[in-house]
Design a protein around this ligand. Structure first.
Ligand code: GTP
Ligand code: NA
Ligand code: MG
Length: 452
């Protein structure tokens, strides 16, 4: 429970950006620095999420922050292994994240997933900062460790400083090309009107104090009203992942963004066919500072409050969907809660037609995003579902009315071996990609090829 006596909710910070630009390393550094400073006990790492309490942020930000200026409980960071997971992070039809960090490699600049992340940030009106990462790779850079960026820049040669500035202005230029006004964060007065660019090295820790300070300031100034919620009320969350867990069967990893969830609650979860009503069997938290991907030992907890990440074990979760809503029923009529979940699911609307292509995606959010892209490209969809490509998808594609519709577009999912075999037997084309516009382009090239 990352809440304090004032009852303010922990803001959710999504970390996003192009593959390998350093999102996970950035979070590792935030965690690791705390360990070095003997703060292991003060940090709670949840599933796909790292809750960093205010005290820890205060210590990491050092002289840049006076903890007395802040009364939020801390920040809940969510690592996203690619833009598609960010589209999963939705709540009530909007963005789940309160604020975001867009990580951009200073050498690599803007890349496809940077642009897709920017699109989502624009669409959801999520306030964000740019972490201009890997400053330590500037030729001749003299690493200074975990210090404020200005202190590090003062220690660099004119040449290295000039090189860094060139790269930073490159990023500011690319922001402008994409319709965002931005500047070095220390020159920004109003972070809503102007996006702050914070030079950092996730590897050496340079600039990390600045980044935490800016994030804390952004949340404090602009989000405080949103954070004044009843964290004792029935919980609301979003499914991040549906996973088998030994001894527990199918479990869901969720981000709880509102209220509390307890080990004896009844919950309603968005399912593939209909909402699932089930009883929580266990709430499972990874050990503090454990890496979730390798974590085997979870601690059973009785109750947690927003915002937090938690694994929920309960019967009948096989049909739960990543990106779907989770609601605690508590002392409300269950029908009311089922209706709320259905209403939220119906907002994620993917139009299907009598004829068209089959679309499979890893989450509801990505399914929605790809459906939008296909609509823009005027490609009809006959079937759109969350999940791996299975033989029944091939069966649907094989009844297509015309060759251009004998296709399955698979976004960030597996093609099951049986399906692969059947697709090849029946001449069904399966397109797989983890960048939406590339997937659509591949399909369009194929259509052009047929039509020529
Ligand atoms: P995905 O989750 O795959 O999208 O990647 P990511 O954005 O999480 O990147 P990750 O943290 O895995 O880093 C990718 C590579 O860049 C790793 O080899 C890191 O060690 C390296 N890296 C990340 N940050 C820095 C940095 O500040 N400086 C240097 N020199 N290397 C970095
Ligand atoms: Na990576
Ligand atoms: Mg990563």
């Amino acid at each position: 429970a990352e809440t304090d006596a004032t009852g303010l909710r922990t803001p959710i910070v999504a970390v996003l950006g192009h593959v390998d630009h350093g999102k996970t390393t950035l979070l590792d550094t935030v965690r690791g620095s705390a360990v070095q400073e003997g703060e292991a006990g003060a940090i709670t790492q949840h599933i796909g999420a790292t809750a960093v309490p205010l005290d820890t942020i205060g210590e990491m930000a050092g002289s840049l922050v006076d903890p007395d200026d802040f009364d939020l409980p801390g920040l809940l960071f969510i690592d996203t292994p690619g833009h598609h997971s960010f589209s999963t992070l939705r709540s009530r039809g909007g963005a789940l994240a309160d604020i975001a960090v867009l990580v951009v490699d200073v050498n690599d600049g803007f890349q496809p997933q940077t642009l897709e992340a920017l699109d989502i940030l624009k669409r959801t009106e999520t306030p964000f900062v740019v972490a201009a990462n890997k400053v330590d790779t500037v030729p001749g850079w003299n690493p200074q460790g975990h210090v404020p960026i200005q202190q590090s820049i003062d220690a660099q040669s004119d040449r290295a400083e000039g090189d860094l500035n060139d790269r930073l202005y490159g990023i500011i230029g690319e922001m402008s090309d994409n319709g965002f006004s931005s500047d070095m964060y220390w020159r920004v007065q109003d972070f809503r009107a102007n996006i702050g660019v914070v030079p950092v090295s996730a590897k050496t820790g340079e600039g990390i104090p600045d980044l935490l300070t800016v994030l804390m300031g952004l949340s404090q100034r602009y989000l405080k009203e949103d954070m004044s919620v009843d964290v004792a009320g029935p919980g609301a969350g979003t499914v991040l992942e549906v996973k088998e867990e030994r001894g527990f069967g199918t479990t869901i990893d969720i981000v709880l963004y509102d209220g509390t969830i307890s080990a004896d609650d009844t919950v309603v979860v968005g399912g593939k066919n209909e909402p699932i009503v089930t009883e929580v069997r266990a709430l499972l938290q990874p050990r503090p500072l454990a890496e979730i991907r390798t974590e085997k030992q979870f601690e059973k907890v009785d109750s947690v409050a927003a915002a937090t990440g938690i694994k929920v074990a309960a019967p009948d979760l096989d049909d739960a969907m990543a990106g779907a809503p989770v609601r605690v029923v508590r002392d409300r009529p269950v029908e009311e809660v089922i209706e709320a979940v259905e209403a939220e699911l119906s907002q994620i609307d993917v139009e299907t037609a009598d004829n068209g292509v089959v679309v499979k995606a890893d989450t509801l959010g990505s399914l929605e995003a790809i459906a939008n892209a296909l609509e823009e490209a005027e490609v009809p969809i006959v079937r759109a579902e969350v999940g791996d490509v299975a033989p029944r998808d091939v069966a649907v594609a094989s009844t297509a009315d015309e060759p251009t519709h004998e296709a399955i577009l698979a976004f960030n999912v597996e093609v099951l071996p049986d399906a692969k075999q059947q697709a090849s037997d029946q001449n069904i084309r399966v397109f797989s990609d983890d960048v939406i516009y590339q997937l659509v382009e591949e399909y369009e090239e194929y259509v052009t090829g047929i039509q020529e």
